[in-house]
Design a protein around this ligand. Structure first.
Ligand code: ATP
Length: 694
């Protein structure tokens, strides 16, 4: 079904009948292209039995030989010719009166670079953006109700540094919370009395920002920009006279971090910007699904928006989709448009390029637009996957722990098995996220609301539209492929898949590494632990020769020599320079750190199959980890980086703690074994009895 057929009828129906402006999170798409109608996207009415709100959009994958395409549900989809006024009157205006009643709201423009976010939020003198259109209404309502309007304007860069754009000094903004209300130190609030006054203030600040970011740079620095419209009942006192606020957020453009660039700082910037976009997506997802924990603290921007996202606040996400239509490029499609919808620097040279080049850049941009949705959802979806399997994993962990018997005899008998369960080398790690992240919500197919579609993904049954049939004939076929856009899959389905992955992992031991490999791994781990543990055992000096590969001497391994000087008053003093508590703390933190480092190292180096052996990591999360590694060779440097794959630092800390306990036990057993052997040696030396060692 073509966009052209539907934009007048089906979308309009969806707008009037289904769109519910009172929903917590609404997602609308704004499509921009060189042709009208845009022919790389199809807009469909939802099929019977699914939510009746909103519209389903799908991207035509012309390059693909596959005749199938996947659909995504949004609350509304605005076409090329539907300008900001229409979006404003349908989706923004209904939120303004609520601000005067004390309910904050946030309008967010999200999309790839050059997709039209600034055009939607800020607009131009000829085409005012949503913020300018809203100010007029705010001022008019303020006049009627005797309230006052003030504005703030800020920027958050990739280093999470927020500055005031209405202050020439561009002071740094600090965020505080006071009795549930956020306070911004360093952010000015400028009263405005007319739209013209606002425009002057706003556009001057925008222009200043633009020139400042380009200064000394051949490219513009990317950052998020936020405008706050404050409603005050008392212009004099912002503390007592605060009514509500509306935020307009023009997010920095999402960009594919895998794009080749010789500029490493640019790559870092891209990664950080993308990360903060995911953070905001994660927050919106958590809010739209009523999760008990909302990760506001994952980025400066989400922290700054916190009191305009939570509670009774409303969120409108405008997903800007733009691409270059090469096949039906219209004559009057300006060079400027072509330039902007592709990678800006590259396109400056390629406006006059061949159709081949245009096709290539088009598919690149198509991929980028798809990636906006895909990437923004990845972390969230993976996070959900872990939630679904959390319960089972938690149970497994406790089983694993309980298999450790205190008796040495039992330990000896079960050592091989324990090896398997133990080291899981970090294989059988568990993510007890249920503790923090609720039970997975049981979402009935028909309970899924359209507003959640952007984040929550498609309903349980994904629509698969056959291009050949070109119409409403849709197969209701549950699919589990990992195509780019399928990121909007149902979290329920994914969680289910995840569990299956884990179950099969447990059931299938055939693919496990041989015991010898696991033992080697344990041995390495123990070496690492022992090296951080000041035991009274000294390795023979000759051992270093063994490690010297250039040496041709064959040195016989020797029993470790006990350090006699550490023997004080006929007892072994393990760490004679520290108190027992210091020794214990030192060892524990050393072990914890080494475990975390091991875990991160594993994520940075393991191949896909190895990654999948970790509990909580299935096909999709493993693929995502490999993708991150393509973007940066070592993406996991600290616990914080695990947020990228949907894990919180707390989850991993907990895992580390549990794992630490297990390893501590193992360590004690090993030491015990060592002491026994030592005694046997002593007996042998003293002739009490002789033990034959092989
Ligand atoms: N609907 C539209 N109609 C006409 N021109 C548009 C439209 N949307 C965007 N443009 C133009 O395309 C260019 C790029 O748009 P814009 O700057 O809004 O993109 P952006 O997504 O904010 O980019 P960035 O990610 O770099 O901030 C601008 O010159 C803008 O005027």
């Amino acid at each position: 079904m073509d966009w052209n057929h539907l934009k007048q009828s089906d979308c309009a129906k969806a707008n009037s009948a289904g769109s519910n402006p009172l929903r917590k999170v609404r997602v609308v798409a704004k499509v921009r292209g060189c042709t009208d109608p845009v022919d790389w996207i199809s807009v469909n009415k939802p099929c019977v039995g699914e939510s009746s709100d909103g519209v389903a959009i799908s991207f035509r994958e012309q390059s693909s030989s596959s005749s199938r395409k996947e659909s995504y549900l949004v609350d509304n989809c605005y076409g090329n010719s539907e300008e900001n006024e229409i979006i404003y009157s349908r989706d923004v205006k209904p939120l303004i009166s609520a601000v005067f009643e004390g309910n904050n709201s946030t309008i967010i423009a999200i999309g790839a670079r050059g997709s039209g976010k600034t055009h939607v939020i800020q607009g131009s003198t000829e085409t005012p953006g949503l913020s300018v259109l809203a100010i007029t209404e705010f001022l008019s309502m303020a006049e009627q109700s005797g309230k006052n309007i003030a504005v703030s304007f800020y920027e958050v860069d990739h280093q999470e540094h927020a500055v005031d754009l209405l202050n020439q000094e561009q002071s740094t903004i600090f965020v505080f919370e006071d009795r549930g209300r956020l306070l911004f130190k360093g952010l000015s609030q400028i009263p405005v009395k007319s739209t013209a006054e606002f425009q002057k203030l706003y556009f001057t600040a925008c222009a200043a920002r633009k020139s400042a970011t380009k200064k000394g740079n051949d490219r513009a620095r990317r950052s998020h920009v936020g405008l706050i419209v404050h409603v005050l009942s008392d212009a004099e006192s912002r503390e007592t006279g605060y009514v509500g606020k509306m935020n307009f957020v023009d997010l920095a453009g999402y960009e594919d971090a895998r794009k080749k660039s010789s500029d490493s700082s640019y790559l870092v910037e891209t990664n950080k910007i993308n990360k903060s976009i995911y953070a905001l997506s994660n927050v919106c997802h958590a809010l739209s699904t009523n999760e008990s924990r909302v990760p506001y603290r994952e980025s400066k921007l989400t922290r700054m928006l916190q009191d305009s996202l939570r509670g009774t606040s409303k969120i409108l996400m405008v997903v800007c989709l733009a691409t270059l239509d090469s096949t039906k490029k219209s004559e009057n499609c300006s060079a400027r448009q072509i330039m902007l919808t592709s990678s800006k620097s590259q396109m400056l040279k390629s406006v006059s390029s061949t159709a081949k080049k245009l096709t290539a850049s088009r598919s690149h941009v198509e991929k980028k637009t798809a990636d906006v949705i895909k990437s923004a959802l990845k972390g969230r979806k993976l996070f959900h996957e872990a939630s679904h399997s959390a319960k089972a994993e938690k149970a497994k962990l406790s089983n694993t722990s309980s298999t450790f018997k205190t008796s040495v005899e039992e330990e000896e008998n079960s050592i091989a098995q324990d090896t398997k369960a133990l080291v899981p080398s970090l294989q059988d790690h568990s993510f007890p996220d249920a503790r923090f992240h609720m039970e997975p919500k049981s979402m009935e197919e028909n309970e899924i609301t359209v507003s959640d579609a952007r984040f929550q993904a498609e309903p349980v049954v994904k629509k698969v539209v056959s291009e050949e049939t070109e119409g409403h004939q849709e197969e209701l076929t549950p699919r589990s492929d990992s195509k780019a856009l399928s990121i909007i899959d149902s979290t329920v389905q994914e969680g289910h898949n995840m569990n299956k992955e884990n179950d099969s992992l447990i059931a299938n031991n055939a693919g496990s590494p041989p015991i010898s490999a696991k033992l080697r791994e344990i041995s390495n781990n123990l070496k690492f632990l022992l090296s951080s543990t000041p035991l009274c055992v000294k390795k023979p000096e000759e051992e270093s020769i063994l490690l010297d590969l250039s040496s041709t001497d064959i040195v016989e391994p020797k029993t470790p020599i006990t350090e006699q000087t550490l023997r004080v008053n006929d007892r072994w003093d393990v760490a004679n320079t520290k108190s027992p508590w210091e020794t214990y703390s030192m060892r524990s933190s050393g072990m914890k750190n080494s475990l975390v480092q091991e875990y991160l190292k594993f994520l940075n180096t393991a191949n896909k199959e190895e990654l999948k052996r970790l509990k909580g990591i299935g096909e999709k999360r493993a693929t995502f980890i490999l993708e991150l590694r393509e973007e940066s060779p070592e993406p996991f440097k600290s616990l914080d980086d695990l947020k990228d794959i949907g894990l919180s630092a707390k989850q991993v800390s907990l895992f580390s703690f549990e794992y630490l306990l297990i390893l501590q036990r193992f360590l004690i057993i090993t030491i015990f074994h060592y002491v026994i052997l030592k005694f046997l040696n002593l007996y042998e030396e003293n002739g009490f009895f002789v033990v034959q060692f092989p």
